[in-house]
Design a protein around this ligand. Structure first.
Ligand SMILES: [Zn+2]
Length: 327
């Protein structure tokens, strides 16, 4: 932990990037996880291993007069399982989606928000995961086009999450969807869709011969005021914006297991779009000129201190022996 902006150790200064709210940014923790991930890729003889090892190796920060730091320059590998990149991506998703949702609420103040979870049966290897994720993306588009769904739909944000089942080594792939619907959705039985209705529609869209697990809930406006509704929507945004796969699921320290899981996940996640907007949310994303949430810039992820003037720059470099960033 660092008390001040930096701490002196062994005549070197350890990087300490502290936000205005006092939160220390987890650079060391994320780089350590990135190194663990790199080591697995190296054993698996992935060509990209070398690139992954260079992710965030040198960080250049702009520092304000008050000592506040802002990442100005670095290189990120963008490998789908990289813990460093996923940390940046999650921040970016959260900031972008918050902006989009605020604008959609401004344009459609009477709209209602729903939180939908769609899942399918667990799979057991990388090939099955690859196939299942492709089918889910197609099935989701089909679901959104059904008349019953489309008629009240304003827009959505969907994100795919994969969890690893420790007991049997299987994977569960499911989608978290934040839906924005017209208030007429709740008006009568012709418009309203129950959990059973959603389940049937998802089963049909996915052409499944079993009943899938589907969950739908309204983002609740308990106190019936705009502020509490907004807080509830924010919580749903955070839930939708989170990691596609938790790094603790494939960096457990059990190398034999981790190698197997990384191999399967690399296969499954290859060229998949894990997050997508639709309808008005997609349109607003465009209007606000936000860059691609999956392939965009990961250096500037939280635009809040752009007004502050840069006083000087510092460069921190990852020290492979001491396993920390030094300035
Ligand atoms: Zn990376």
């Amino acid at each position: 932990m660092c008390v001040h902006n930096s701490m002196i150790s062994d005549e070197k200064t350890i990087l300490c990037d502290k936000k205005a709210n006092g939160k220390v940014q987890p650079w060391r923790e994320k780089k350590t996880a990135n190194v663990n991930y790199f080591e697995l890729l190296q054993i698996l003889k992935f060509k990209k291993a070398e690139r992954v090892s260079q992710c965030g190796e040198i960080l250049e920060f702009d520092v304000t007069q008050e000592g506040r730091m802002k990442l100005a320059k670095t290189w990120f590998c963008k490998s789908p399982l990289c813990p460093m990149c996923n940390w940046r991506k999650t921040m970016k998703r959260s900031v972008q989606t918050t902006k989009i949702v605020e604008e959609v609420i401004r344009q459609k103040p009477r709209a209602r928000w729903l939180f939908l979870t769609l899942s399918v049966k667990n799979v057991f290897d990388g090939d099955q995961l690859d196939k299942s994720l492709k089918e889910m993306a197609i099935g989701f588009n089909r679901l959104m086009k059904y008349k019953k769904v489309a008629k009240n739909m304003i827009g959505f944000m969907r994100s795919t999450e994969i969890t690893v089942n420790e007991k049997d080594g299987s994977y569960n792939q499911h989608m978290h969807v934040l839906l924005c619907v017209e208030s007429t959705y709740f008006k009568n039985d012709d418009n309203y869709l129950s959990q059973e209705d959603w389940t049937k529609l998802w089963q049909k869209a996915m052409k499944l011969d079993y009943t899938p697990v589907v969950h739908i809930e309204a983002v609740k406006n308990k106190k019936r005021n705009k502020k509490s509704e907004y807080t509830a929507i924010q919580a749903a945004v955070q839930e939708t914006a989170k990691y596609s796969v938790k790094d603790s699921d494939y960096l457990t320290g059990n190398v034999v297991n981790d190698l197997e899981v990384v191999k399967d996940l690399e296969k499954g996640l290859f060229r998949k779009r894990m997050i997508a907007y639709g309808g008005l949310l997609k349109q607003v994303h465009k209007e606000l000129n936000l860059d691609d949430i999956e392939d965009g810039d990961l250096v500037r992820v939280d635009e809040d201190s752009d007004t502050e003037e840069k006083a000087y720059s510092i460069v921190a470099q990852w020290n492979w022996n001491l396993k920390n960033y030094y300035i």
